[in-house]
Design a binder for this molecule. Structure first.
Ligand code: ASP
Length: 438
């Protein structure tokens, strides 16, 4: 028998109908022994996520406004699920305890974690699995980082006592204060990964509302093909550029243990989704895996004659950027030029001061600034050592009259990043997609 950890995101546990789908999925495969759940998410457009409502309670509490009404909305949603599914569970004591602690100014992380706590209790009852709280099992240090080894040891010791269990996502315990501590938003993905590692799962299934990753954003490329498998490294590049399905910190624990992640769709369990593995499959002949991008970057292009001979030029440029506490994305260099690419949000309100410092300290011959740049990453392990890939990409763009303002190829050769004007963003993505999918 194999062992699978299945994590269900907010939309997959949003109401009784979704929980029924979850139950069918679990019952379909006896290997799905450990289940991690998010708090109920939106049931329809304009609906509220339970976690957002809990954050709202918190804001009310901070402003000394009673939050009983909002908390009642939360309780009613859980009660509706219990009634719809005819569950033999009484949550009154839990509701009362949470309400009481909130009235007495409960800590922030405790409040916002209660969505997952109640969600896991309901799911455990419905599945007939044990409820195992992650408090005291997932351990954070005082700086908010998970203590991986200790967490691994505690989770595996506890779960060895349970043949089948449901665990709440999103939180654990701060070892210093002993209080509940949450991950950042979307953090139930990380809980799932930690559980998968602790029980040495064969696969970590992440059930959500999409059938895995697509080769490009379907809002831009209609009918973009699904990605059947992708390596962690490729995924990292694509997520960095905005393709987001999974919390980025969820990759590390399972990567460490060599456990594949399978992104699946609760609403279409027949779809096989995307499998994320440690290594790229050498048998796989496809050239590119996916295309992702983001709008609104600023390029500061600096020209200085014989810049390449001036020792320390780039270091001094980077110190200026650092002094202004700016995080940059790329820094392509040429013989007499160096460009630095920064997201517009990052440089907002600082551009004039940065330019003044560059002029004063580096004495360049010229500086050009472009504030309307989009970055597009074409990613694929299949590009390495394959001649002609960039030629294909650039000639397709040229044929469609798209001017490339910057090129940066990662040293891994599995990523070509180009900069284009914001107005060309979507057509550039479509052009690249078509060039490699004909
Ligand atoms: N419920 C939390 C959130 O909305 C965590 C999660 O769903 O992963 O961010």
């Amino acid at each position: 028998m194999g062992l699978k950890v299945a994590k269900f995101g907010g939309s997959s546990v949003a109401d009784g109908i979704q929980l029924e789908k979850m139950r069918k999925i679990i019952m379909h495969d006896p290997d799905r022994r450990y289940v991690v759940v998010s708090a109920p998410g939106k049931r329809f457009d304009g609906d509220n996520k339970i976690t957002d409502l809990l954050f709202l309670c918190l804001t009310q509490m901070e402003n000394n406004i009673p939050c009983d009404q909002i908390f009642q909305v939360i309780c009613d949603r859980f009660t509706a699920v219990k009634l719809n599914l005819d569950l033999d569970i009484d949550l009154t004591e839990d509701f009362d305890e949470i309400r009481e602690r909130m009235r007495n100014g409960a800590p922030k992380d405790y409040v916002v974690s209660r969505g997952e706590y109640l969600s896991a209790k309901i799911a455990a009852c419905y599945l007939g699995y044990d409820f195992v709280d992650t408090e005291g099992l997932i351990i954070f240090d005082k700086r908010g980082r998970v203590k991986l080894d200790e967490t691994d040891a505690r989770l595996s010791e506890e779960l060895a006592k349970h043949e089948r269990a449901v665990l709440p996502g999103f939180y654990g315990t701060n070892e210093e204060t002993g209080e509940v501590r949450t991950f950042s938003r979307g953090g139930s993905d990380i809980t799932g990964a930690l559980v998968a590692r602790a029980v040495k799962a064969d696969v970590y299934e992440n059930w959500t509302d999409v059938s895995g990753f697509l080769m490009a954003d379907p809002r831009i490329v209609k009918g973009a093909k699904p990605i059947g498998n992708i390596s962690y490294m490729e995924l990292r590049e694509l997520s960095y550029m905005g393709a987001s399905v999974l919390h980025e910190d969820a990759i590390y624990p399972v990567r460490l243990a060599g456990i594949p992640i399978n992104i699946r769709n609760t609403n279409h369990p027949e779809d096989q989704g995307t499998v994320i593995t440690a290594e790229h499959d050498p048998e796989d002949k496809r050239v590119i895996t996916g295309i992702a991008g983001n709008r609104d970057f600023t390029v500061i292009a600096i020209y200085k004659n014989t810049l390449n001979k001036e020792i320390g030029f780039v270091r001094r440029l980077l110190s200026i950027i650092e002094d202004h506490r700016i995080n940059f994305e790329h820094i392509p260099t040429g013989i007499d030029t160096v460009s630095i690419i920064i997201s517009n949000k990052e440089i907002e309100g600082k551009l004039d001061d940065v330019l003044e410092d560059i002029n004063l300290q580096l004495k360049p011959d010229n500086i050009d600034v472009y504030t309307d740049i989009s970055l597009i990453a074409t990613v694929g392990c299949g590009m390495s050592f394959r001649p002609g890939v960039s030629a294909m990409l650039f000639s397709a763009l040229a044929k469609n009259d798209i001017n490339i303002r910057m090129i940066d190829q990662g040293s891994s050769e599995m990523n070509i990043i180009i900069g284009v004007a914001n107005k060309d963003f979507e057509s550039a993505i479509r052009t690249i997609y078509e060039a490699f999918n004909e």
